[in-house]
Design a protein around this ligand. Structure first.
Ligand code: AMP
Length: 282
């Protein structure tokens, strides 16, 4: 496994030879969720490239950027074991020699949920991912469904910029107690960590409830269930069309659903999502 701090050097090492190249962009503080993406990439591609970069332009909260966990040494050990060939761990200056002023427009896709609650977040994601794609030029890029809306935004970006890469969505990896693995879980207090699995439990309970209830009733049910724990506070819970990410007003036959939540657990903001809501999407 080779580690690069400079994009130009990584590009040169990758060369122009046509080799099926897979790419996994991450912000480090790696866990089994990231590892599942790298292992899938390893199975499907000849060459596996992983980036570890905490991208400042996608943080709308400076305190969140400051406290974001970083541990490159441990990350490199995990990546080596998972079968990565190339790691790109750059400085901010290497990725952004000059400020990126590009403004993307993803229509309605980035106006709801994370897009509505974290202004500028997806614009920053598109900035960094488009730069990383330009350096790595991958054939396939792997993204976790943990960030469900992010996949739709990346797909829109790839279409708009006509980047010839296949986006591969990967299932959410959870702890034994159901909590979706996240680098931010390490920042939870012991009490909030103990409460956090109730998010997934409520999302799943909502799927059962939704079989005989309306969209609005289900959204209220899940929200109240999570909020019933004083340590958790729902920022939003919304059931959307899984393809367009647009909010559903009623269940529709043939439309796949996804229930997406953002929850404040003390100082830490957690997101999670589950599919299969309503009487049709079983
Ligand atoms: P991050 O380092 O949080 O930016 O995540 C890098 C990639 O790993 C993104 O595509 C995430 O969606 C994905 N990822 C993060 N957590 C999980 C998880 N628990 N299961 C599956 N993929 C994940």
């Amino acid at each position: 496994m080779q580690v690069f701090n400079r994009g130009a050097e990584l590009s040169a090492a990758l060369g122009n030879e046509k080799v099926l190249t897979g790419f996994v962009p991450t912000m480090g503080a790696l866990h089994e969720g990231h590892v599942s993406l790298v292992e899938r990439c390893r199975r499907e591609c000849r060459r596996v490239v992983v980036s570890v970069f905490v991208n400042p332009t996608q943080f709308n909260d400076p305190a969140d950027l400051r406290s974001y966990p970083r541990n490159l040494e441990a990350d490199l050990k995990l990546l080596e074991a998972a079968g990565a060939d190339f790691v790109y761990a750059p400085s901010v200056e290497d990725v952004y020699p000059e400020p990126d002023t590009r403004q993307f427009d993803f229509g309605q896709t980035d106006k709801v949920m994370e897009g509505a609650h974290r202004p500028g977040h997806f614009n920053g994601v598109a900035q960094v991912v488009s730069r990383l794609f330009a350096i790595v030029q991958p054939d396939k890029a792997y993204f976790g469904e943990k960030d469900f809306q992010q996949i739709a935004v990346i797909r829109a970006m790839v279409r708009q910029l006509q980047i010839p890469v296949q986006i591969v969505p990967c299932p959410i990896v959870r702890g034994a107690d159901g909590l979706a693995l996240s680098s931010r879980n390490a920042l939870l207090t012991a009490e909030h960590r103990a409460a956090a699995p109730q998010i997934y439990a409520a999302l799943k309970a909502g799927v059962e409830f939704s079989r005989t209830a309306t969209v609005a009733q289900t959204e209220r049910f899940v929200t109240e269930r999570i909020d019933s724990d004083p340590l958790l506070k729902v920022e939003y819970f919304q059931i959307v069309d899984a393809d367009t990410l647009l909010p559903l007003d009623q269940w529709r036959e043939g439309v796949a659903t996804r229930g997406c939540a953002a929850v404040q657990a003390g100082a830490v903001r957690l997101i999670d999502n589950v599919g299969g809501y309503g009487p049709y999407d079983k």
